[in-house]
Design a protein around this ligand. Structure first.
Ligand code: HEM
Length: 413
């Protein structure tokens, strides 16, 4: 195994974000996997940081299940119901995935992204070109919320804050230690999700051919399935994209690829893919071992918990380099692998491409610098609380997204 510690600024910021989000767990995991890619940590489970072993776990649902007692999928069942993909396995999961295969077709993705990201990204570009500061955290949060809003059929007049508050409320209910929700938590989670599910219900009832939920209804999806799916897409699709883009922007800045004259004519897709490899917003995913299995020399017992450490696995390749394509076991591993591979990957990529292309365009014209950034503390999905960029001669005017209190300067960890 290659060592994880890296000294380039992009890697140091990534480590800082993960440690700021999960101060204790990140240190324990770093120490446990620093020498071995598969290791048992008593009370936690079997940790997998080796990309090949991670892929093996994710692509063998007969041996490693995502549902059942104590699984992460089971956590959501009381809130979302039995049929939300992430708590399913086997034939039922395969059938539901098949029925959703067109959900994010290229045409749907283009329409959703144009409607949701288009105006926000254009406004952001204008601000940068006018010399203003742009908080890319705020931009990514608004774009990801708007995209899910379009998918579930939310009234476009609904302010982005409505979905963002719901997303934050749910995220704050879950930590690495959460093994189940009590009745009060289930009630609170359902209340937070109501805005999304009610919108999905109206769109399902209207059966419009131009809405995602309407098309699901026309294909025969039940109202319950549409409500559950809308909530699942909201849970999986907002925090991930809004964490990813500012981190990709940070990687570009740390690799000195936003400075005047330094912007490479890289294919935006390659920048996004390499940015996702470096940042891997879904830090880890859990499986329950179904039968005794050997994993990289560790004998895993039936019902034991396997923690697939995606962020640790994908970063074994080295620092940010958009010229290098992740191949073999690493290919798309940030979106998982096998039967639970990210359903929303095409939409996530389109949103990230729209925002990254805008950043590279403006950087190509005038250069961009990071004017301030701050890691979010004790959050489920590691992220920046703030990352502002501006043209080198820009003026600092965007203070709206900055919480009260002194901001820290742009220091690497
Ligand atoms: C950069 C952004 C994203 C990342 C890194 C990401 C990552 C992942 C990963 C790693 C999984 C597999 C988890 C596992 O195997 O346990 C997954 C599943 C899933 N993702 Fe994403 N995701 C992203 C964006 C989205 C978006 C935008 C949506 C929806 C619009 C979405 C919807 C889903 C769903 C529904 C599943 C569950 C699929 C199943 O269990 O069959 N994701 N995602």
């Amino acid at each position: 195994m290659r060592a994880l510690a890296r000294t380039d600024p992009g890697s140091r910021w990534e480590s800082r974000l993960v440690r700021s989000a999960h101060p204790v767990v990140a240190r324990v995991v770093d120490a446990a996997v620093s020498r071995r890619g598969v290791v048992r940590v008593p009370g936690v489970g079997v940790l997998v940081a080796d990309p090949g072993v991670a892929r093996r776990v994710l692509t063998d649902p007969d041996a490693f299940a995502k549902n059942g007692p104590g699984s992460s999928g089971a956590l959501w069942t009381p809130v979302l119901g039995e049929r939300v993909l992430l708590n399913m396995e086997g034939a039922a999961h395969r059938a539901l995935r098949r029925s959703l295969s067109d959900l994010f077709s290229p045409r749907v993705v283009r329409e959703v992204c144009d409607a949701a990201a288009g105006p926000l990204v254009a406004a952001a570009a204008s601000r940068l070109r006018a010399g203003e500061d742009l908080d890319v955290v705020r931009l990514a949060r608004e774009v990801s919320a708007a995209a899910i809003g379009v998918v579930v059929g939310l009234d476009p007049a609904t302010p982005p804050a409505t979905l963002l508050e719901a997303s934050d409320a749910i995220e704050s209910m879950v930590s690495w230690r959460t093994r189940g929700f009590d009745e009060g938590a289930v009630r609170r989670a359902r209340a937070a999700l109501a805005v999304v599910q009610d919108a999905a219900e109206s769109a399902h009832a209207a059966k419009g051919p131009d809405t995602v939920m309407g098309r699901l209804a026309r294909q025969g999806a039940s109202l319950d399935d549409a409500r559950s799916l809308a909530a699942a897409l909201f849970l999986t699709g907002t925090g991930t994209v809004s964490s990813a883009f500012p981190r990709i922007a940070g990687q570009l800045a740390d690799a000195d690829l936003l400075a005047p004259g330094r912007v490479l004519s890289h294919d935006v897709d390659a920048v996004v893919a390499e940015g996702l490899r470096m940042t891997t917003p879904s830090l880890a995913t859990l499986r329950r071992c179904v039968r005794v299995t050997d994993l990289g020399g560790v004998r895993v017992r039936a019902d034991e918990r396997v923690v697939v450490l995606l962020w640790w696995a994908t970063r074994r390749e080295g620092g940010f380099d958009p010229g290098r394509a992740a191949t073999g076991d690493l290919r798309h591993l940030w979106f998982g692998a096998g039967s639970h591979f990210c359903l929303g990957a095409p939409l996530a990529l389109a949103e990230l491409r729209a925002m990254t292309a805008m950043l590279l365009d403006v950087a190509g014209e005038q250069g961009l610098v990071v004017s301030s950034r701050r890691a979010a503390r004790r959050v489920l999905v590691p992220r920046y609380a703030e990352l502002t960029v501006r043209t080198p001669n820009g003026r600092q005017v965007d203070r709206l997204a900055r919480p009260a209190g002194p901001s820290r300067s742009d220091r690497a960890a």
